[in-house]
Design a protein around this ligand. Structure first.
Ligand code: NAI
Length: 699
């Protein structure tokens, strides 16, 4: 049973008990309606309290039931709320800790509400591309007013109960408890005080208006449109709240339900629900049980105070974990520390960081030139030059000095983590922690699992990833890991498109219209075109079969490395980051085509998007086959958090599912026939072919 029933004298208490957050799964809903029936049938009971055990009143829908028939099985949440409203005896919601989504909607169906201070109150459905679907949009405005309700519903953000209690004229809480500890006692006393009150107050009978009427909703609609142009749900929140002010309650409920049902089937909602599930699933590793004991990480060492070392250090300082940075020379240390300082000071200036917090963080930072000073660190992350010889020296030193049980991580982006591990006598303690630049900002952390990496090392690194607020995704060892291995194919397509007739600005514009934060050429200019150049030079000997457009090499031969050299695929004005299409580059591309005897053709935006995105999909399918990623959702998380893939499309693999894998494969077969493209690459991955023949998707 996931709701307990207990009678305390003349008050029945129904306690939802479905850890971790008392999700309103089917069994909980049955427990609630059973409890209500019992209480109403018991002459000794005069009033009823509904509350939650443990860490929440209720966090809303039970995510374990998402998408299953159980989610809608009777009594569904709407029926439970009607049963509460119709109870002949007063029902009091005793809210604490978390009252979100369906949990808040349930409370709004109760006749009275009492809350403990510190309760997080929210209707977060918009974050899943939905609007509240069990009366939230109709009842919340009636108790906190139009503006407060709309802010909560459109943002989905939690607001503390004590803040809501201060809203003028609010009817959300009939009483605030003195503390979470006294809530149970105070709820019983309150229930007794209203035991004989009749008629019972119902939120549905209250009236709500905004003084500005239509003008206000027009304003709200414009605001929301600007904020969330690719998501339909926020604008629908405005419509639903407006309905609360204009329609009869029951009509408003039907209106809300219709919007909810229509949104459920939009690609944006599917994408956001996928993201929600994939994000939680990413931290689960198939053969590493969740209860795997973790090593304690109380201090961190970072080798190298360059671009990455500095950013990586900031993550730990922000989380209150002391960091010691090692460099070869004092000047390099000074420079690295100055950059960290500058980054924090910019945050202080913008008001994003308080001075005392800044001081605390800097106090956690220390430096050294000697490996012996690092020996006690629990985790050391290497971020030195990307050369195997340099990594070898560093890891041999670390192996010599680090205490037993310390985790030895490398931030390498291209080198073989197994090889790096082999430089030590403790390969089980070695792991890749691949951060993305700027490391203090980007959410993604690829955790690279070596052949010998111990399970508790993986579990520990995943947990520390969470602690420093990263989205950690496990990748096996291969060239480029998940993200860069796929982006290489995407970049290769971008190059072929130039050869065939497109210009950088057209390619960028098409993919940015699709929703990418930045097209491949603007991205190259930002990251530095010389990085890809170095990789291609290496490939020429390692993987001569990989075909590239020569345009990018020619660009680098002109010294146009991107923003850092003031010119790349685009021109840049001094000190500015605006990408200006370059006549020189366009001419270079045209000359290149002439040299190859290519007659340029007009390429549609649709073809550009398909070739770039499906290149990711095909390589992603190979990555799954090779076991480099354990599930397609992991690949999507990498692209959503590290590569600016549009959130509302849910990641490349989810997008392919939306398009239909049959259609994806058909497009690949078309691309195979293009003599200027790479026919071998476009051979659909066996996994793709298999899924199509089984009528399945990646998910
Ligand atoms: P960087 O050149 O900015 O910094 C490297 C730092 O390491 C320099 O300050 C250098 O003095 C120091 N260093 C070199 N050898 C050393 C040694 N033996 N002992 C101590 N310190 C030493 O390079 P960056 O960009 O920070 O890259 C570092 C690592 O991170 C590389 O493995 C790179 O592939 C990887 N990486 C870089 C990304 C980027 O966008 N820059 C993204 C992800 C990973």
């Amino acid at each position: 049973m996931t709701a307990e029933y207990k009678v305390h004298g003349d008050v029945a208490v129904i306690t939802m008990n479905n850890p971790p957050v008392n999700g309103l799964g089917h069994a909980t809903r049955v427990g609630l309606t059973d409890g209500l029936s019992k209480a109403n049938a018991d002459a000794a009971v005069k009033a009823i309290v509904i509350t939650g055990a443990g860490k929440a009143f209720s966090g809303g829908a039970d995510i374990k039931e998402f998408g299953t028939p159980k989610a809608l099985a009777e009594p569904n949440l709407l029926s439970v709320i009607i049963a509460v409203e119709n109870s002949a005896k007063p029902v009091v919601a005793a809210m604490h800790s978390v009252a979100m989504g369906g949990g808040l909607e349930l409370a709004l169906g109760c006749h009275y509400r009492i809350a403990a201070p510190g309760t997080s109150v929210a209707l977060p459905e918009v974050k899943l591309g939905l609007i509240p679907g069990a009366g939230g949009t109709q009842r919340l405005p009636r108790v906190v007013g139009v503006e407060a309700a709309l802010n909560m519903i459109v943002s989905g953000e939690p607001v503390k109960s004590e803040m809501l209690a201060q809203l003028p004229g609010q009817k959300l809480f009939d009483k605030m408890a003195a503390s979470a500890e006294s809530l149970a006692e105070e709820a019983l006393a309150f229930a007794r005080s209203v035991a004989d009150a009749r008629p019972l107050p119902l939120v549905r009978d209250m009236k709500v208006k905004h003084p500005l009427g239509d003008a206000y909703f027009q304003f709200a609609r414009n605001m929301v449109k600007g904020m969330a142009k690719n998501f339909p749900a926020p604008a629908k929140c405005v419509d639903a709240v407006e309905a609360a002010t204009k329609m009869k309650f029951d009509d408003g409920m039907v209106f809300e339900r219709e919007i909810f049902a229509a949104l459920m089937f939009t690609p944006e909602c599917r994408a956001l629900r996928h993201l929600f599930v994939a994000e939680r699933a990413a931290s689960k590793i198939p053969d590493v049980p969740e209860d795997t004991p973790k090593r304690e990480i109380k201090s961190v060492a970072v080798i190298g105070a360059g671009t990455m070392g500095g950013g990586i250090s900031m993550n730990f300082l922000n989380a209150g974990i002391p960091v010691k940075i090692l460099e070869m020379k004092q000047e390099a240390l000074d420079k690295g520390i100055a950059t960290i300082r500058k980054n924090y000071e910019a945050q202080v200036k913008k008001g994003k960081l308080k001075q005392d917090k800044y001081d605390q963080r800097m106090a956690l930072l220390s430096t050294t030139l000697s490996y012996d000073d690092l020996k006690d660190a629990d985790l050391v992350i290497e971020a030195v030059f990307e050369e195997m010889g340099v990594k070898e020296k560093v890891f041999k030193e670390l192996d010599r000095v680090m205490k037993s049980g310390a985790i030895l991580a490398s931030n390498t982006s291209t080198l073989d983590v197994n090889k790096i591990a082999s430089f030590t006598q403790r390969p089980q303690d070695v792991v890749g922690m691949h951060f993305f630049s700027p490391a203090n900002v980007m959410k993604l952390l690829e955790v690279v699992r070596g052949e010998k990496t111990a399970k508790d090392v993986l579990a520990t690194v995943m947990a520390i990833g969470k602690k420093i607020k990263k989205t950690a995704v496990v990748s096996g060892v291969c060239d480029g890991f998940i993200g860069n291995r796929m982006i290489e194919q995407y970049s290769r397509q971008a190059g072929f498109l130039l050869d065939e007739g497109a210009l950088p600005q057209q390619v960028d514009k098409a993919i940015e219209k699709f929703g990418f934060a930045m097209g491949p050429f603007r991205m190259g200019d930002l990251a530095g075109n010389d990085i890809g150049w170095a990789i291609r030079k290496r490939r020429a000997t390692e993987r001569a079969d990989m075909k590239y457009s020569r345009t990018a090499d020619k660009l680098c031969e002109l010294g146009r490395f991107g923003q850092k050299t003031g010119a790349g695929w685009y021109d840049y004005k001094p000190g500015k980051r605006d990408a200006i299409p370059s006549d020189l580059v366009n001419k270079m591309i045209e000359d290149h085509r002439k040299e190859l005897g290519i007659t340029p053709r007009k390429i549609s935006d649709e073809e550009i998007v398909q070739r770039l995105v499906f290149a990711l999909v095909n390589e992603g399918a190979h990555i799954l086959e090779d076991g480099i990623a354990s599930k397609s959702g992991d690949i999507d998380m990498v692209y959503l958090t590290g590569y600016g893939f549009p959130i509302y499309r849910g990641g490349p693999m989810q997008y392919a599912d939306q398009v239909g894998l049959f259609n994806v494969v058909e497009a690949m077969k078309r691309f195979q026939k293009n003599p200027l493209d790479d026919a071998k690459f476009w051979e659909p991955a066996p996994l793709l072919t298999k899924l199509v023949s089984e009528g399945k998707g990646f998910n």
